[in-house]
Write a protein that binds this ligand. Structure first.
Ligand code: COA
Length: 169
């Protein structure tokens, strides 16, 4: 378990999956994600059964210290031990908690785990061009824009340009 003043991170549990499905299926959130939707709870349960033992993934739930409420998800995808890198992700799924700067508490915890426990050299992430809000959060947490990838991902029926941001140990 990783703690800061207002939030803590714990492993994603099966009881968290309905919230995760709700967030992925929310158009206000999905428009910023590089994933197709809708997603089903049934398919998410199948995903979870392999993801929780997959060494290339770290899926964490973001909870409030004050109430234990689950408010979001974070972690790493594509943990690549050979090349010492991983892809970071974060979503505050409960939208009324946007604007509280909780991401500024989440990101340092996950980066610390990546650099000091997993001994990663590089942590990178992708933003869609529309996601200026996320970019400002990543920039103030040390990520630097690395490259622009044209029509790199196909989701929601179209090819999307993405920006790759990274931070090094
Ligand atoms: C990205 C996310 C985790 C950020 O969390 P948050 O609580 O909304 O963000 P914060 O309150 O910490 O900060 C947002 C900052 O962006 C700024 N911002 C908002 N809209 C902006 C815009 N269009 N352009 C630039 N900056 C913007 C805000 O002013 C704020 O900075 P401030 O605190 O100095 O005012 C959250 O919005 C989220 O989960 N979004 C949906 C999913 C998502 O985009 N995930 C990331 C995929 S790469």
């Amino acid at each position: 378990m990783m703690h800061s003043k207002d939030i803590y991170l714990r492993p994603l549990e099966i009881d968290d999956l309905p919230s995760r499905v709700k967030w992925f299926n929310d158009p206000d959130i999905n428009r910023f994600l590089v994933s197709d939707y809708p997603v089903s709870l049934a398919k998410t349960k199948v995903w979870f059964s392999s993801a929780c033992t997959d060494p290339s993934k770290l899926n964490l739930s973001i909870c409030l210290v004050s109430t234990n409420q689950l408010i979001g998800m974070t972690g790493f995808l594509q943990i690549d031990q050979k090349n010492s890198k991983a892809q970071f992700y974060i979503t505050i799924g409960e939208k009324h908690f946007w604007g509280r700067r909780f991401a500024d508490q989440v990101i340092p915890l996950v980066l610390d785990h990546g650099f000091n426990y997993l001994r990663l050299n590089k942590i990178y992430l992708w933003t869609l061009t529309v996601n200026a809000r996320a970019r400002s959060v990543y920039e103030r947490n040390g990520f630097v824009e690395e490259c622009y990838l044209k029509q790199h991902l196909h989701c929601r029926g179209q090819f999307n340009d993405i920006i790759q941001h990274s931070i090094f140990r």
